[in-house]
Design a protein around this ligand. Structure first.
Ligand SMILES: [Mg+2]
Length: 231
């Protein structure tokens, strides 16, 4: 089968690398900024502790509170900007390196990710993925309303990938949003449930994702099985 006849699309966060590593990297950079510019130590440790306890959405406010520093909207928004714009210390997981190498040039390769476009492209660059995919979609460039499960990103990949008609796979980790549009569009879903992934404890019905794997190593063989191709 021609390589352009099967399209395999990957999610980014917690699919190709561990999102926890990005969070840790961001807290470190914000902590350094607070120490240098505000003379305030301990922000990284407080933010990390809050994150590990499950806190989301207002971690920097809460970290400043814990350190006994009065909240200041300007400081918090600068911390958020530094976090979002930092060049992260993250790496592709070894199974992701191997999986992409096996699929490269054999299938149409896509990347589909939500999130702030500045942050997502900084991650893509840190992972060396800018030129790795035939099509990369960062839905945040269109606006937050096009985040998954919106179909626009998936449809864009369908239109870009030429002759893959009916042969699409999405490989992703979040059962709440990643597989709803693929199901509607008739794609196959492969759910990666990584130990230490942020959605590790969330179940996913086989109705949403056909296969569940703990890393990407089996993915090329599953794609072969689905579409009778050999890699
Ligand atoms: Mg993800």
């Amino acid at each position: 089968m021609d390589k352009k006849n099967v399209c395999v699309v990957f999610d980014l966060d917690d699919t190709l690398y561990l999102e926890r590593d990005y969070v840790r990297s961001g807290f470190r950079v914000v902590g350094e900024w607070c120490a240098e510019r505000l003379g305030l130590e301990g922000v990284q440790e407080q933010a990390q502790a809050l994150f590990d306890q499950g806190r989301r959405g207002d971690i920097f406010d809460a970290a400043l509170d814990r350190l006994g520093v009065g909240r200041d909207a300007g400081t918090v928004s600068t911390m958020v900007r530094i976090y979002r714009e930092h060049a992260p210390q993250i790496k592709l997981l070894p199974d992701a390196v191997e999986c992409l190498a096996r699929l490269q040039d054999r299938v149409y390769l896509g990347l589909l990710t939500d999130g702030n476009p500045v942050s997502q492209w900084a991650k893509i660059d840190a992972l060396g993925l800018r030129d790795r995919f035939d099509t990369t979609v960062v839905t945040g460039e269109w606006g937050i309303e096009f985040s998954k499960p919106h179909v626009r990103g998936y449809r864009h990949l369908e239109s870009q990938s030429g002759t893959c008609s009916g042969r699409f796979v999405y490989v992703a980790d979040n059962p709440s949003k990643d597989f709803l549009a693929p199901r509607t569009l008739g794609w196959n879903g492969i759910r990666v449930r990584r130990p230490a992934g942020l959605h590790e404890h969330q179940g996913c019905s086989s109705d949403l994702a056909r296969f569940e794997v703990s890393n990407l190593e089996p993915v090329p063989d599953l794609v072969s099985e689905l579409y009778k191709t050999q890699f």
